[in-house]
Design a protein around this ligand. Structure first.
Ligand code: PLP
Length: 408
């Protein structure tokens, strides 16, 4: 008899996005002539940079020649891409990261889940609330939790609430934890962490022999020059942090797939007998066994992101989305609502008006303005009373959406 992974049965039914789709469907059945503007999705909308497309086209033609054909590449990624990343994303910002510490992958969603492969099952794990759901669900699947409670939280995890009163940055946990997921700039709240805040976490992690899993997928959207782009800008982070980065949001690679994970060689975990084991070797072994690398063509596309033209195009893309975010922020706050995020991140996090809940605000925007947001409660119980609007859309859609909401 085939037994299934019973941990999957603990997962709450995918509630947020199916429920959004269900409400949209009902609305459209009753209002077939209305045109919806979707500011709910966390996917980019603008085309791929020309530098990346040109590089991928050239790589395809190379693959059509005997001399230029590439079969299996290194599981860790091509050295030219790892070197370009180490130099441009880290050394140029004063971070001591070597090319061998960079592992190219097909996405940071998978890396941030797969990393659990090399970590034990007895760790106490902390996540923020609200949170990017992947961190929670991958731990449920790995058997690190009990079942879901009525609040939607899973027993066994440590939840760190983030809300307006703590500026959407978590306080250090009161109970000892071994692994902490941090995401800055944050999805869904758009919050960023100061150097001092990250220093507190790095010191906590080093003092408690804990590991920080730092998701920096949105670092390119940081506008404030005092905000760190990488956890390795903080002294001591090489001893306690893994960083996840992606070409998805800055270079529009959500459909093309390329990302990378940084595992410093100085990072240690413990074996059961208490001896130190370096995590780099385990991750290298994991990737060599379970992964066969990102396509040569896509890595060539990612490499073009580091050319001068690529850098300029990415800057233009980021500026385009950040202008959208500024328009959303300005409009929504002019309506008298409390608005957070959107200054160093493509997400604007809005306090619902008059104490209504996230889904009531979602319904109002859908029915009266024909605008789709994402209810904050879908990201965790502390997201109740908030709604996320995404800046990933055309200028025209963003402006029209704001005009429609203004009429409410
Ligand atoms: C979009 C996003 C990513 C990127 O995931 P990919 O798999 O690289 O596309 C990572 N983390 C968060 C929080 C995101 O929102």
């Amino acid at each position: 008899m085939v037994q299934v992974n019973a941990n999957y049965l603990k997962l709450k039914a995918g509630y947020l996005f199916p429920e959004i789709s269900r409400r949209i469907k009902t609305f459209l059945e009753n209002n077939p002539d209305s045109s919806l503007i979707r500011l709910g999705i966390g996917d980019v909308t603008e085309p791929l940079p020309s530098s990346c497309r040109q590089a991928m086209k050239a790589a395809i033609d190379e693959m059509g020649t005997v001399e230029g054909f590439h079969g299996y590449g290194p599981e860790q990624g091509y050295s030219w891409l790892r070197e370009a990343i180490a130099f441009n994303d880290f050394k140029a910002n004063g971070c001591d990261i070597s090319p061998e510490e960079i592992f190219i992958s097909d996405g940071s969603k998978c890396d941030s889940s797969n990393i659990l492969d090399i970590l034990g099952s007895g760790n106490q794990i902390a996540v923020t609330d609200p949170v990017y759901p992947v961190y929670v669900d991958s731990n449920v699947m790995a058997g690190h939790t009990e079942g879901a409670e009525a609040s939607g939280r899973y027993a066994g995890l440590t939840y760190l609430p983030i809300n307006a009163s703590n500026g959407f940055v978590a306080e250090l946990p009161k109970e000892p934890v071994d692994i902490i997921y941090l995401c800055f700039p944050n999805n869904p709240t758009g919050a960023v962490a100061s150097k001092d805040h990250l220093k507190d976490w790095v010191d906590y992690a080093n003092t408690n022999s804990a590991l920080i899993l730092f998701d920096a997928a949105y670092e390119a959207f940081i506008q404030d020059e005092n905000i760190p782009h990488s956890i390795y800008e903080i002294d001591g982070a090489r001893n306690c942090a893994i960083e996840f980065r992606s070409f998805s949001k800055n270079a529009g690679f959500t459909g093309t797939r390329c990302a990378f994970t940084v595992v410093p060689k100085t990072l240690k975990g413990k074996a059961i007998d208490g001896s130190d084991i370096d995590l780099w070797s385990l991750w290298n072994r994991r990737q060599s066994t379970k992964f066969n690398g990102v396509s040569y063509i896509v890595q060539r596309g990612a490499m073009a992101a580091y050319s001068q033209q690529g850098k300029n195009e990415i800057k233009d893309l980021v500026n385009f989305y950040m202008k959208n975010a500024a328009i959303i922020r300005k409009s929504i706050s002019s309506f008298g609502l409390d608005v957070y995020g959107g200054e160093n991140a493509p997400y604007v996090w809005i306090k619902t008006p008059m104490g209504i809940d996230s889904w009531q605000f979602f319904d109002q925007l859908l029915e009266k303005a024909n605008v789709v947001g994402t209810p904050g409660s879908g990201f965790g119980s502390s997201g109740e009373g908030y709604l996320r609007l995404s800046a990933f859309n055309s200028r025209n859609n963003v402006e029209t959406a704001m005009q429609r909401i203004a009429r409410l």
